[in-house]
Design a protein around this ligand. Structure first.
Ligand SMILES: [Zn+2]
Length: 73
């Protein structure tokens, strides 16, 4: 089910009249699968900007849990 309120793709900025329906994540039918595949490939290989983002957010979440645990005791 496409997002009917969004008019342009977040990645390629094409209008939905040109590229087709836009997903709820904000991507067209070409950019969405490309980003999905790049993301899963980079997580598997452990290298690239998607992997770096995931790694940083995971480390930050672990740090927050550790701080919350330390404050609680
Ligand atoms: Zn696009």
């Amino acid at each position: 089910m496409p997002n009917r309120e969004r008019a342009t793709c977040k990645a390629c900025s094409r209008h939905k009249s040109v590229c087709g329906p836009i997903s709820w994540a904000g991507y067209c039918g070409i950019c969405g699968p490309l980003i999905y595949n790049a993301n899963s490939d980079q997580l598997h290989e452990g290298d690239g900007p998607f992997y770096e983002h995931w790694n940083n957010r995971t480390l930050l979440a672990a740090h927050r849990r550790r701080l919350a645990y330390t404050k609680g005791t």
